[in-house]
Design a protein around this ligand. Structure first.
Ligand SMILES: Cc1cc2nc3c(=O)[nH]c(=O)nc-3n(C[C@H](O)[C@H](O)[C@H](O)COP(=O)(O)O)c2cc1C
Length: 203
């Protein structure tokens, strides 16, 4: 079966994409507005981009009323954000922060998520996150207009925090202990607990 996107409503395309491009890592993005109020929301159109320069991307689409989401508005103002990673024990609170709280409500407070200051930027991070990336925005691309219109935020990673007990004696993450979750289609998630290794072939 082939679906030509030109003939499909964007809602159906979205539904196909989130089922097919899966599992997706989740960026639990913290930002701060001009008045100093912090914001926290999950984004799973998210990935690393490269290590030189160290950068990552995530994509906050416009809301159903066509307005930009608070996360994007805040980054446009401050140029700074933190991507916190989500482990299984934080699934419920991460999901709560996805509710459309009014702009003057901090999800940190509304959802009882503890925050701690960052080192390089003026945006708090999630205290209990297994890892967090302090970022400054490198580029923001507006790819679409109106409801669901896509925006792409590319951030330079200034610092990486990892919980002390999750780092091996060489300073690298103990990947099997992070217990990260990923997003699938609909309201489904996956837990990273079924791993296997493949050695890269040598020619
Ligand atoms: C696991 C998860 C992943 C999400 N991924 C995205 C995403 O990639 N892009 C997006 O625009 N919204 C995404 N959302 C919805 C936003 O989190 C939601 O619209 C939120 O209210 C935005 O908050 P803000 O306005 O404070 O930025 C996701 C929600 C969940 C629960």
């Amino acid at each position: 079966m082939i679906f030509t996107t030109e003939n499909l409503p964007s809602r159906d395309i979205y539904r196909m994409m989130v089922s097919l491009i899966a599992p997706r890592p989740i960026a639990w993005v913290s930002t701060r507005d001009r008045g100093g109020r912090s914001n926290l929301a999950p984004y799973s159109f998210f990935n690393g981009v490269g290590s030189n320069p160290p950068c990552l991307m995530f994509a906050p689409a416009n809301r159903s009323d066509g307005m930009k989401k608070d996360t994007l508005l805040n980054i446009e103002q401050s140029n700074e954000f933190v991507v916190n990673l989500v482990s299984h024990s934080q699934s419920e609170s991460m999901n709560q922060t996805a509710a459309e709280y009014p702009q003057d409500v901090s999800e940190f407070e509304a959802c009882g998520v503890e925050s701690t200051p960052s080192v390089h930027i003026d945006v708090p991070r999630v205290s209990g996150a297994v890892a967090s990336f302090e970022c400054e925005a490198m580029q923001i691309l507006h790819l679409g207009e109106g409801p669901g219109g896509a925006n792409l935020v590319i951030g330079r990673i200034l610092a990486i925090h990892i919980q002390d007990e999750l780092v091996d004696d060489q300073g690298f993450p103990l990947a099997e202990q992070l217990d990260l979750i990923g997003r699938l289609g609909g309201s489904s998630y996956v837990r990273v607990s079924d791993r296997f290794d493949l050695k890269r072939p040598k020619l």
